[in-house]
Design a protein around this ligand. Structure first.
Ligand code: ATP
Ligand code: MG
Length: 430
């Protein structure tokens, strides 16, 4: 038997209903904050990610699905959404239009990681980007949206962690002291961090290995090295967060796993999730547009993993309950008379087709088992109504309608039954 690749998921009903609900919620909230949808390709030139996410990051060093196509192009299944959005923003000339541009995306990402609960090789991300705004209000706008999503899903007790990692100017001074600190304790670092120490010491602060985290705790703090612009942004950010009542914790070791971030970085965690408890990660990336060949311009955004969000939702206060039903199941009993049996099937199927044309959802049993079995099937599908069209009904030109919710049963003439059902199900709304 051929199995699905490691780290991928098949989303089956009823789980797929939860996905539909979650995606609808995300689209609804995107609209509330006025973000418009963008869809970019599933694969991009490898260089897009190596140049922006960073050569020394886990994503680029270990996690990318990179391949050559038959034309010899170096391509990569997208591991994240921000670089592609900024690429499209520049390539399609959105930078020449009205700014800021507020975009959201919803789609699969691919990373070669060790699969575990909440960590997969193909996973769905929702993300938002505000391109062209340097304002700290824009930082808070995206953070507010992230927190609202968690609230709407009934996740009580999320914690918002924020930090600033400055800009290239302040980072230069910090970098020297950080390298000194890390070099002194080089013996405690993992081989990856040792290799990154000179090239990208900030990465060491993002390492998940316990000894490295220990070294990170008393590393020199970025906030001591901020230039006046970054300092001002950091102070303003916190005052706006407070003014809209967003509680936060400053985590001076939070740096995030992508190189393009500047100034604000943040994560939203929900501890009941356990090891993979970060549901949202984001920050500001004021150098990214320029890095990709645009005129210098600021940006800020976040990404959230939908699998983790759904895992969380199931453990939360308001689990998404899929509502699954059909409006009407058509029961077509067999008759001993072959010809009548055929007529029942024809009439029943015609009726079902009429229902469907009136946008009533419906189904039947193509295997035409016993009436008992057909009723059981209707129950399994959670049918609100059952329409029975048997030998008696055919003779009299009637259909028996049974309300499964209220228990009543009525006979309606074949000619009127479609209108009757429309009125019953859709009421005045049609
Ligand atoms: P982590 O620290 O958990 O590896 P990350 O820093 O790599 O996360 P980002 O690149 O910021 O994550 O992605 C944002 C969000 O996407 C994460 O907070 C998480 O919800 C989700 N995510 C990231 N990687 C995966 C994955 N392999 N499987 C499922 N969800 C993921
Ligand atoms: Mg990761």
């Amino acid at each position: 038997m051929i199995r699905a690749p490691r780290g991928t998921n098949d989303i089956l009903p009823p789980e797929s209903y939860r996905w539909i609900c979650l995606e609808a919620l995300l689209r609804r909230l995107s609209k509330v904050y006025n973000f418009e949808e963008i869809r970019t390709p599933m694969f991009e030139h490898t260089e897009l990610f190596s140049r922006t996410v960073g050569e020394t990051t886990d994503i680029v060093q270990k996690e990318m699905y990179t391949f050559q196509d038959k034309g010899g192009r170096d391509l990569t299944l997208r591991p994240e959404g921000t670089a592609p959005v900024v690429r499209a923003f520049l390539e399609r000339g959105l930078d020449g239009g009205a700014l800021p541009k507020k975009l959201f995306y919803l789609g699969p990402m691919f990373r070669y990681e060790k699969p575990q609960a909440g960590r997969y090789r193909e996973f769905m991300q929702y993300g938002v980007e505000i391109l062209g705004s340097p304002s700290a209000y824009s930082d808070v706008e995206v953070i507010h949206l992230g927190v609202r999503i968690a609230e709407e899903l009934g996740l009580l007790g999320t914690t918002l962690f924020i930090n600033t990692i400055g800009c290239p100017v302040c980072r230069k001074n910090h970098r020297e002291d950080l390298i000194k600190h890390l070099s002194r304790r080089a013996g405690e670092l993992c081989p990856d961090c040792l290799a990154r120490l000179d090239k990208n010491p900030l990465r060491v602060l993002d390492c998940k290995n316990e000894p490295c985290r220990e070294v990170a705790t008393d590393a020199p703090l970025m906030k001591e090295y901020l230039c006046s612009d970054c300092e001002q942004h950091w102070i303003t950010l916190q005052s706006i967060l407070e003014s809209v009542g967003l509680e936060y914790t400053v985590d001076p070791t939070l740096v995030r796993g992508l190189d393009y971030y500047t100034k604000t970085v943040f994560e939203l965690k929900w501890p009941p999730l356990g090891a993979q408890d970060t549901i949202i990660g984001g920050g500001r990336y004021d150098g990214l547009i320029e890095e990709l060949g645009g005129r210098p311009g600021p940006g800020v955004g976040f990404a959230m993993g939908l699998e983790r969000l759904l895992l969380a939702s199931e453990k939360g206060e308001k689990p998404i309950e899929p509502v699954m039903f059909i409006d009407c199941f058509v029961v077509m009993p067999e008759s001993e008379d072959q010809e009548v049996s055929q007529e029942i099937a024809n009439k029943g199927f015609e009726l079902l087709s009429d229902f469907r044309c009136s946008r009533l959802s419906g189904d039947f049993d193509p295997l035409r088992r016993s009436v008992r079995a057909q009723m059981k099937h209707a129950n399994r599908l959670n049918a609100k109504y059952v329409a029975i069209i048997g030998e008696e009904e055919i003779k009299q030109g009637l259909v028996t309608i049974r309300s499964m919710e209220h228990g009543w049963q009525k006979q309606v003439s074949v000619d009127r039954v479609s209108d009757f059902m429309k009125e019953e199900v859709l009421g005045g709304s049609n």
